[in-house]
Design a protein around this ligand. Sequence first.
Ligand code: AMP
Length: 421
Amino acid sequence: MILKPKGTYDIVGENSKYYNYIKGVFSTVCEYYNFNYIRTPIFEDSSLFHRSVGESSDIVSKETYDFKDRGDRSITLRPEGTAGVVRAYIENKMYGEVDQPIKLYYEGTMYRYERPQAGRYRELTQFGVEVLGSDSEIEDAEVISLAYRAFEEMGIEDVVVKINSLGDNESRDNYRKALVEYLKPHIDELCPDCKKRFETNPLRILDCKVDKDSPILKNAPVITDYLNEESKKRFNKVLEYLNVLDVDYEVDTSIVRGLDYYNHTVFEFQTEMEGLGSANTLGGGGRYNHLVELLDGPSTPCVGFACGIDRLMIILKEINKDREIKNSLDVYVLSVNEEERLTAARLVQDLRWSEIKCEMDTMNRSLKAQFKQADRLGARQLILLNSEDLKRGIITVKDNLTHEEIKIDEAEIIDYLISNL
Ligand code: AMP
């Protein structure tokens, strides 16, 4: 038997319901916020990720799936969604479109060669949005509130937005210098990864999961003290908009995000739920005003986030949203002979096209087994076909909760069901 690759899983059974539910909520919310769907390739030229995500990031330095295709091209399976969206934005010259900013949402699988554990996979699914072309603080707040409201819609209530500002280039450079100065005498006390980060990307030491409780990091200088006036003003404006939009946030100076391309606002959505460990981060994002230029496009301010659908699935199962999400059927049509089956097939089709979710037997089950099957599927109403009724143009409907039976004229069956579901 051939087994699935390590770090992957099949979305089947109950998981399919949760998966579609989450995707559905996100897409609906995005449409209300006037975002358009974008799909980009799962594989891209390797240099796209090396340039955008950054050589020093964990993702590119040790997690990408890289290979040569049969034409000897260097290909990488996408580890995240932003780089592909930005590539598409530039290649399709979206910066020239009349309606600005460009507001896009995507969902799809990403690939990272990580050590698999609960809530951490090698094939993961992310949902994300990007706003390209606007530098307004309203957009920072809009993308944050979009995700926040989507979590709320899913019934995940204890979500906190941890937010920070990395400031503009000048602020970030000043801070980096101060941080390096401060860390230099302590560097041997930090974990091996942090030692590497000290050389390549010292800011990343601040969100190290290993050293996060170390007094060295707790006493480190904080970025907010190094923001210049302009950056401070901008950050406060974002917070003011978040207040107006009624989003629960905490300023957390340890949030720096793993990728090189962020500036100004950075944020993460975290849940206080138990049992998730470091997988309690549902998603994150930030502003990246220099990435489009870095990828040879015109200077374009952008902001976006990505959330892990896999983790949301675990959480939704945990908070037991099943009744809303699990299989439930409006109508089950019972039939035992061929005449009844022909009628059932037509009836089921008519009901489905009237947006009534229904099913019939196709396994030659006995009547008793069909009743059981209807219960298993959670059918609300049963249609009991019999040849006598059919001759008279009548159909028997049984309410599967109250067990009341009623005979209805065939022509009125759909109206009856619509008003009794
Ligand atoms: P990132 O692009 O690393 O900021 O990740 C954004 C979100 O994607 C995280 O907060 C997680 O919810 C999810 N995520 C990242 N990596 C994984 C993974 N290996 N497995 C499952 N979900 C992940």
